[in-house]
Design a protein around this ligand. Structure first.
Ligand code: HMG
Ligand code: MG
Length: 343
């Protein structure tokens, strides 16, 4: 990828849908992933192997994974699909879906051990570069949080327990050469402990997760309480602690309308990977009041205006945002998406 490339991780099919109250047919979820893959996005988070009692909407993620393995969506360049696995039980569910799809499951096994955290992010792993255009590449995501209360509410354990749960999961993922991304939620504000989350806590967690073998850390503003000064302070603290920009992604929710300005602050700091959801879908069921992720269309419009490359076709993406918003019966939250379609 060229130096002016910015990687977008599309989290709409997971973060975007997990909080929808009405049950979404699996065919709609698959169609969303399929349409997104056609826009040029390189990475799509497609589902979640969590407890169906906690997050019923994600209960059929194995069907989504099986579909992706059986019938990889058409795409002009390789697409990586990510799935959340919070514990070994989630990893087992993921692996059983992987192995129940014999025709193409071999393609998801990464042929070489994944690189050390300090040498590469998932976007540049050997497995990705060796894949054919339609070969689905699969990665896992784990998640913890920067405050004890949010970790309890989201995953029913303490921060230390969440890290302990990751150890065996990580060891098995490494054995299978499957890259793992790690989220740190509420890094810029917590719904339970308030807007001032200690950036040193985020930094020490990031170091811990990288040492455990995470290939990338996605620092999440779950509540949208992040501001430009707070974003800058957090990124400076991470850097001072030894976390390199290439190992980081930023994950902004747009509850206070600050996601784009925070994104530009992070770009200035050297971050080149950002999470977003088409149509601005999304929200965490355990973060009351928080709204969707920053809209992918808005990020793409902003990045292209800065002369950066994303590989994404804006018009196709805008159509996907409009389509899924209609399917869900909710307004399209992307300003850039709506403006593009109105042209
Ligand atoms: P737990 O209740 O502590 O686990 O769940 P447990 O070991 O005590 O098991 C309780 C029950 O859950 C058992 O079933 C287990 O089998 C089942 P029962 O015997 O009662 O019938 N179970 C599972 N089932 C399926 N898959 C699994 C699994 N694990 C246990 N993996 C757990 C712990 C973390 C699983 C649970 O608390 C949970 O699923 N929480 C939901 C977390 C979640 O999905 N949150 C939203 C995603 S994170 C997010 O949105 C933030 C992010 O976007 C970044 C940001 O914006 O901040 C990433
Ligand atoms: Mg999120």
């Amino acid at each position: 990828k060229s130096a002016d490339y910015i990687r977008i991780v599309e989290v709409g099919p997971r973060d975007g849908l997990q909080n929808e109250k009405q049950s979404i047919p699996v065919a709609t979820k698959i169609e969303l992933v399929r349409r997104l893959a056609e826009t040029g996005l390189s990475t799509i988070e497609a589902g979640s192997f969590v407890s169906p009692k906690w997050v019923p909407q994600m209960a059929n993620s194995s069907e989504v994974l099986e579909y992706l393995l059986r019938s990889p969506p058409a795409s002009s360049s390789p697409v990586t699909y990510q799935f959340l696995t919070p514990n070994v039980k989630g990893l087992d569910g993921f692996l059983s879906a992987l192995h129940s799809t014999p025709s193409t499951s071999q393609q998801t096994h990464h042929p070489t051990p994944s690189p050390s955290p300090s040498s590469s992010s998932p976007s540049s792993s050997a497995a990705e570069t060796s894949a054919s255009p339609t070969t689905p590449k699969i990665e896992l995501s784990i998640f913890t949080a920067a405050t004890e209360t949010f970790t309890q509410k989201n995953t029913n354990c303490s921060i230390a327990e969440s890290l302990a749960r990751f150890q065996p999961l990580m060891a098995r993922a490494k054995d299978l050469s499957i890259p793992v991304r790690a989220y740190i939620s509420v890094a810029l504000g917590c719904p339970y402990e308030g807007p001032n989350v200690d950036p040193h806590k985020v930094a020490s967690l990031a170091i811990n997760l990288l040492e455990m073998g995470a290939d990338e850390i996605s620092v999440a503003d779950t509540t949208g309480m992040g501001t430009v000064p707070k974003t800058r302070e957090l990124l400076k603290t991470l850097k001072a602690a030894g976390v390199e920009e290439k190992d980081l992604a930023l994950h902004f929710h747009d509850t206070y309308g600050q996601a784009l300005v925070n994104t530009v602050a992070a770009l200035d700091h050297g971050i080149r990977t950002f999470d977003a959801a088409v149509g601005g879908l999304g929200g965490c069921p355990f973060s009351p009041g928080a709204t969707g992720n920053v809209a992918t269309e808005d990020l793409v419009h902003c990045f292209h205006s800065l002369g950066a490359k994303t590989g994404v076709d804006m018009e196709k993406l805008a159509s996907v945002g409009e389509w899924i918003s209609k399917e869900l019966g909710r307004p399209n939250e992307s300003r850039a998406g709506k403006a593009t379609l109105a042209k």
